[in-house]
Ligand binder design. Structure first.
Ligand SMILES: [Zn+2]
Length: 332
């Protein structure tokens, strides 16, 4: 357990470095924003929610999706995801961590594996879109006859296929030309919040068999930590997360693209540190950036408590308080 906390602190350090670089990127892009409609409803009917360094976020009155009123052009994102050096540094260190964990046999199944196993009626073909190194493929190949991934980042797709010995296409979904009506389950893990165009769900629908499922995991707009930190929350304090969902917005998304919602739970991540609570009202507060040495031992305690108690009792999931929502949509 203490090991897990140390790992978490290392991850935080990397995260801070990355966020600082991303903030510089936002400053360089200043002034290139364009009008943006609700990506689910295609209309402009909203109330203001909050402002971050990159965007003015609004909430759609029809579907409750929280999205930027004005947005950078798609090319800006394409460029960033392909070339960004800061991101590649993070991927390199993540690769080393994954390699070590695999070697020590410490890659434990995450909660999504259980949910996918429960809701996927058949287990022939599984596809993960935006699979990174393909850790999900590694876990799910024990349960599905065939597993494949799609990943636009060259480095992660190449190293991931090597590390986990799986098929990862370094192409867009359209260019991969996958066989329609053949997949039992398609997942998007921490991907949907980045998507510029949600019409990818038309393609996903076509790829699935009838009764096939989509599993989606992403930051949850109605989580306890979002309630507390709002515009300072790391889930929105960046320029890459442009779709913030709650349950209603998933229901509207499902209806539009021919699915029904069959599961909405949250994971057991609280994402609230004592440091953050104590500093939340200060002018320069940034979520996850705060370090108060005296408070640190208490943080270890809080972290361990929330990780053991919450994961045993499913407390956060039961009351939809966790920071990430886990949604299953079934093709009608
Ligand atoms: Zn909407």
């Amino acid at each position: 357990m203490i090991n897990k906390y140390i790992e978490y602190k290392i991850h935080l350090k990397e995260y801070i470095k990355y966020t600082l670089e991303s903030r510089e990127f936002i400053k360089r892009l200043n002034g290139k924003l364009e009008e943006n409609l609700c990506p689910i409803c295609g209309i402009n009917d909203y109330k203001d929610v909050f402002k971050t360094l990159a965007y003015e976020f609004v909430k759609c009155n029809n579907c409750e999706l929280v999205y930027p009123k004005k947005l950078f052009k798609q090319e800006v994102f394409d460029e960033f995801y392909k070339e960004d050096e800061g991101q590649n540094k993070i991927w390199k260190s993540e690769y080393e961590t994954l390699m070590l964990k695999k070697f020590k046999k410490e890659l434990s199944e995450q909660s999504y594996v259980k949910i996918i196993k429960k809701y996927s009626l058949k287990k022939n073909k599984y596809l993960d879109i935006g699979c990174g190194f393909g850790e999900s493929l590694y876990h799910l190949k024990h349960y599905f006859k065939s597993v494949e991934g799609i990943e636009l980042n060259k480095y992660t797709s190449k190293m991931g296929s090597f590390l986990f010995n799986t098929k990862i296409y370094n192409k867009t979904l359209a260019k991969a030309k996958l066989k329609k009506g053949t997949y039992d389950c398609i997942s998007l893990l921490n991907v949907i919040e980045h998507l510029y165009d949600l019409d990818i769900f038309y393609e996903i629908n076509k790829l699935l068999k009838k009764g096939g499922i989509v599993y989606i995991e992403c930051p949850f707009m109605d989580s306890l930590s979002m309630e507390l930190f709002r515009e300072k929350h790391n889930a929105v304090d960046n320029f890459e997360h442009i779709n913030m969902f709650n349950i209603k917005s998933f229901e509207k998304l499902a209806k539009k693209y021919g699915f029904e919602v069959v599961n909405t739970t949250t994971d057991e991540t609280l994402d609230i540190q004592l440091n953050d609570i104590l500093m939340a009202n200060s002018k320069n507060f940034i979520h996850r950036f705060n370090d108060i040495p005296f408070i640190n031992p208490l943080n270890v305690f809080l972290y361990l408590l929330s990780n053991t108690v919450c994961s045993k009792t499913k407390l956060l999931s039961k009351y939809l308080g966790g920071s990430y929502i886990q949604v299953v949509l079934r093709k009608k």
